[in-house]
Write a protein that binds this ligand. Structure first.
Ligand code: NAG
Length: 262
């Protein structure tokens, strides 16, 4: 065998092992403004290399994690942090720090949630508006195995059609709607929160409010038991998470892929 061929089959082998032994997220900010993504590992999963960071328009960051990792990723908006990393965000705030360090997102926040399969196990992933909505986002399984997987996301700007009683308005003069609360968060009623006597899929049904979210984003969770149309299963190892996938012409290929999620 020629040395060159041997090297390339070794390379293919290494590529195979490295892609099956680690999982990656590429987080992209396609919004016309800065965002501050946050990450939260589920119990038993290690934290990612960063739990919160600034991401300017057009920037991407790649994070790698271990097989079997579970957790969530979201984006904060309207943040101001001092040099020590203390501060506050209009939406998605996590304990008033740049690094979330184990704190979850304050609702309303659109969430990407995933549990990677260990070994040959499947990945489970979804976009959730159960805790409300702040930004449109798209989750694209990618890489060698991702092509056969379905994208999911919520690419509609729900802040625009948000009912008044669910709106979160920014502090600036324009009084822009920066987030749309879930009915559970806004009214704290068991029938919206799927709690108490409504704590199972038979009694907790879609509501007037969850239907507004579902119509805008049919592939995302609109209430806690919305599993049938909202959980995705595949084996991808690599995921692109794109915030504001539609907001300008900067990523045409992503817009094209996003069409398939309607
Ligand atoms: C992707 O979605 C299509 C249409 O809903 C479905 O038929 C197919 O099984 C899905 N593929 C995977 C890998 O889930």
């Amino acid at each position: 065998m020629q040395p060159g061929r041997k090297l390339s089959s070794l390379f293919i082998l290494l590529t195979f092992f490295s892609s099956s032994l680690s999982n990656t997220f590429t987080i992209t900010n396609n919004c016309p403004h800065t965002i501050w993504p946050g990450t939260l590992a589920g119990s038993g999963s290690p934290s990612l290399a960063t739990t919160g960071f600034r991401l300017d328009t057009g920037q991407s960051v790649k994070l790698t994690t271990v097989p079997g990792w579970s957790g969530r990723i979201w984006a904060r908006t309207g943040c101001k942090f001092d040099t020590t990393g203390a501060g506050k965000c209009q939406t998605g705030d996590c304990g008033g720090r740049l690094e979330c360090a184990g704190n979850g997102a304050a609702p309303p926040t659109s969430l990407f949630e995933i549990t990677f399969g260990a070994g040959n196990g499947q990945d489970y992933y979804d976009i959730s508006m159960v805790d409300g909505y702040n930004l449109p986002l798209l989750a694209l399984p990618r890489g060698m195995y991702g092509g056969a997987c379905n994208a999911t996301g919520c690419i509609t700007d729900i802040n625009r059609g948000c009912p008044k009683e669910l709106q979160v308005v920014g502090g600036d003069q324009n009084q822009r709607v920066v987030g749309c609360r879930s009915a559970c968060e806004a009214f704290k009623l068991d029938k919206y929160c799927c709690s108490g006597e409504f704590a199972n899929p038979n009694t907790c049904q879609p509501s007037y409010y969850s239907t507004i979210f579902k119509k805008a984003c049919p592939k995302a969770y609109s209430y806690a038991f919305d599993d049938g149309t909202s959980t995705f299963t595949c084996k991808a190892y690599e995921y692109d998470i794109v915030f504001c996938p539609n907001s300008n012409g900067y990523t045409l290929s992503i817009n094209f892929l996003a069409l398939s999620i309607y």
